[in-house]
Design a protein around this ligand. Structure first.
Ligand SMILES: Cc1cc2nc3c(=O)[nH]c(=O)nc-3n(C[C@H](O)[C@H](O)[C@H](O)COP(=O)(O)OP(=O)(O)OC[C@H]3O[C@@H](n4cnc5c(N)ncnc54)[C@H](O)[C@@H]3O)c2cc1C
Length: 382
């Protein structure tokens, strides 16, 4: 990672600073936060103070003015905190919520929401998914009606990361009477707005330190200035937002898989059966060599795409390929790691089971494997 030619000295310096922070201030609390099913919101504040939330955002909005690869470094180093849920929650803030605010927000929105979000003073969530509309974003039913100087929202959102604690939500809704990709808009809804409530905190297989919510909007009045971007263009804004989100998943998956491989190499060297280290058995050695090769291939593809995004391109086919491949490799590495740890791999007191549970999500969230294949095949003209 550190010595890859895509990174320069500035990236290496940022990496060092973030790694020190993650190992000192986050990793020691991972078990406690996983157990508590949440991490304290002050983590956002601390990361904001250190400038980590705004690494690749313009200085005029309180960011550090770095390039996209600075954000890649943050995503990679956050995997060292041993709590993928925490890393995901921060990623939602940096690579979903703030990305959309910067791209589509008016100056007033940027002042009221982007700046405090980059400081870690306000936490945001992005609400696309509904009980009856996940992969099919154009199938959302949450509706919006004009009401004098503002809008009224009615609907339900599910599986929303940061949704329990969020100070504001970016809510995707459609104008009454519209269908498909037309008539969809995005609104910023602040916590405390009458009609906006958290219906429940969802219990998950993994990503335990991250909060996931079901949210309800009942005759929820939103001022006109809280519209994000142009009215009716929300579907296209979301399709844009999903691109950096998917590369974030790919980057985190590769970095996480590398750490899992390293931990597994250590284990197979130390674990002795039949009088020798289990890593000496060809059946295990060759599979580890294969996994290392797949991680390397995923890394090269992911870095190639990160370089394109850094240059201002958002190639949907290659981004989908990177997300598909990197998340599948990460899950395969985690699954094989459990196997190589034997019974210990299945025990809650060993970290491998957590990695296995957590890594399953990336093949679902932000667009499933099947949706990535759909996008790739369409781009191939099929
Ligand atoms: C922990 C967690 C956090 C999340 N965080 C957020 C968040 O912050 N904000 C948000 O808006 N959403 C969030 N999501 C939702 C996530 O993006 C969706 O779960 C995902 O897009 C899939 O939608 P679905 O669950 O409705 O599955 P469905 O769309 O119902 O899919 C079910 C199955 O059918 C397959 N399928 C669907 N359509 C096709 C097709 N055309 N061709 C082939 N196969 C198909 C899918 O690949 C999948 O295997 C989160 C989900 C989880 C689990």
């Amino acid at each position: 990672m550190d010595d890859h030619p895509i990174f320069n000295d500035e990236h290496r310096a940022i990496r060092k600073t973030i790694r020190e922070f993650v190992l000192k201030e986050l990793a020691p609390h991972a078990d406690e936060w996983e157990e508590a099913r949440e991490f304290p919101s002050r983590v956002f504040k601390r990361m904001g103070e250190l400038g980590f939330l705004g690494l690749h955002y313009p200085e005029q909005y309180g960011g550090e003015g770095g390039d996209y690869l600075c954000g890649v470094v943050l995503a990679e180093e956050m995997t060292r905190c041993n709590s993928a849920g925490l890393a995901m929650a921060v990623g939602v803030q940096t690579d979903m919520v703030c990305a959309l605010l910067l791209k589509t927000g008016s100056e007033s929105i940027k002042e009221r929401f982007l700046k405090p979000a980059l400081r870690g003073d306000k936490i945001g969530c992005l609400c696309i998914t509904e009980p009856d509309a996940g992969s099919d974003v154009a199938g959302i039913r949450t509706n919006v009606e004009r009401d004098g100087a503002g809008y009224i929202l009615n609907g339900q959102k599910i599986f929303i990361t940061n949704g329990v604690r969020a100070d504001f939500a970016l809510v995707v809704a459609r104008a009454k009477g519209t269908e498909g990709t037309k008539g969809i808009s995005i609104f910023v809804v602040e916590k405390g707005t009458p009609g906006f409530s958290v219906a429940r905190k969802l219990d998950k297989v993994g990503m335990h330190s991250s909060d996931t919510a079901e949210l309800v909007f009942e005759d929820c009045r939103v001022p006109a200035e809280n519209l994000l971007g142009e009215e009716g263009q929300g579907f296209y804004h979301i399709m844009w937002e999903l691109q950096p989100e998917r590369l974030f998943a790919a980057v985190s998956s590769v970095a996480g898989a590398q750490l899992t491989l390293e931990a597994t190499l250590k284990y197979v060297r130390e674990r002795v059966q039949f009088g020798r280290s289990i890593g000496k058995f060809q059946a295990i050695r060759h599979r580890l060599a294969g996994l290392a090769t797949e991680i390397e291939a995923a890394r090269q593809l992911t870095y190639y795409v990160a370089g394109l995004i850094s240059a201002g391109e958002f190639p949907a086919k290659e981004i989908s390929m990177a997300k598909l491949y990197a998340t599948q490799v990460a899950y395969k590495v985690a699954d094989e790691a459990v196997q190589f740890h034997g019974g210990y791999g299945y025990m809650m007191e060993f970290p491998i089971q957590r990695i296995w549970r957590d890594s399953r999500l990336a093949r679902i969230g932000g667009g499933t494997d099947e949706i990535m294949l759909e996008i790739i095949s369409k781009q191939m003209g099929l």
